[in-house]
Design a protein around this ligand. Sequence first.
Ligand code: SF4
Ligand code: SF4
Length: 438
Amino acid sequence: MYITTACPSVNLFIQKYFPSITKFMLPFVSPMIAHSRVIRKKYNNPFVVFIGPCIGKKLEKEDFQTEDAIDAVLTFDEMTHWLKEEEIDFNSLEPESFDTDASLRGKIFPFSGGILKGLKNQDCMNEYEIISADGEEMCRDTFTSIESGELKKVIVEANFCKGGCVGGPCLRNNQGIFTKKLEVKDYAKDAVYEISDKKIFDIDFTKYYFDRSLKPLNPSEEDIKNILSSMGKFSEKDELNCGVCGYNTCKEKAMAIYAGMAEPSMCLKYMRDKAESMSNITIENSLNGIIMIDEDTMIKEFNPAAEMIFNCKFEDVKDNPISLFMEPEDFYHVLDTKENILNKKVILKDQNKVIVENLIYIEKQKMVLTILQDVTEVERGKEKLKEVKMETLDAAQKVIEKQMTTAQEIASLLGETTAETKVILTKLKNIALSEDDI
Ligand code: SF4
Ligand code: SF4
């Protein structure tokens, strides 16, 4: 019984979930690591980057047995993105700058069954049944059968992606797996069967696989209670046991969090409560008055800033009509037409205030979200400024009229000039008094 794979995901899968069958795994590094060690030896320790369709290779690079082999791992998607960013057209690169020296046996391993097809001595496999398992489901099924002893005398080549690495997750184009497979076959068709290089004979390609299974944990009741509390579940009635997170009960989910396999944020209720409490904080602390009005123009929500504007408490005005404070016509208009009213200046006579109102229709709740900005102080400032301007202009007018009388006495010389001065000053006065300019 032998299991071989170039796939780091399969390696980890077996070590974590089928530790009893790690003894059947051939004790060698993957082609990525083996190739890198050959490159290091051949080219005097260069910087080695692996580029492929697989995110799992990034994890493999960090393995303590092989961490010296590769300097960086990029996915095809990352490389494509990078070339685009640098405005490099891949097809314009000189073919000579690539070392395409690879054997047929090396070139076909990206698809399912490729490793075993590349074995030099096929006779040695005669007494074994050959299985190519690809995709998570088939891998799990095959390893379960090996673990139970149902499968004997087999050589298994396994890949976690369907079709092998040609079906890898980081090679996103529109091609199907079989098209990709045919392209790899076409690429490999003229390659020599093998390349023999004596220099590589003394490189160490061994790697050991062992039990990395997760040991069962036994959290105390207190631990589980604390985790449940961190998800806002303080009593049994908070435990909805809805199963949305993938666990049947909230306690099962808490166990998974304890084992480091889940996050509190993976609970829909927790996230919704959190979002609601965030929006509550925002509404409570807003400097604008926020009021919710239902379809009968009754007050349903009233934040502290609105309490300040209308000098009242929410509990005293809840379920009372908005006409208690404001003319209701705008609310009727929004409810009837579903058209928002934005940035409208309104005078609240009873409160002696000026506000800017925004009335927004909320379709789902059939309510009007009312946002009020108290601009009383700004308006008072404008009035005061207007008064000061008027006083200044009056004083200026008096001085000018006095000057004009004197000037008219020397009319023959300055007549036209005084008339022009009067026109300009009148214009200035009008500009100064205009609403927009104040
Ligand atoms: S089969 Fe998938 S997960 Fe495994 S090495 Fe290939 S691309 Fe990576
Ligand atoms: S989604 Fe939340 S409430 Fe539902 S079972 Fe999971 S932990 Fe419990």
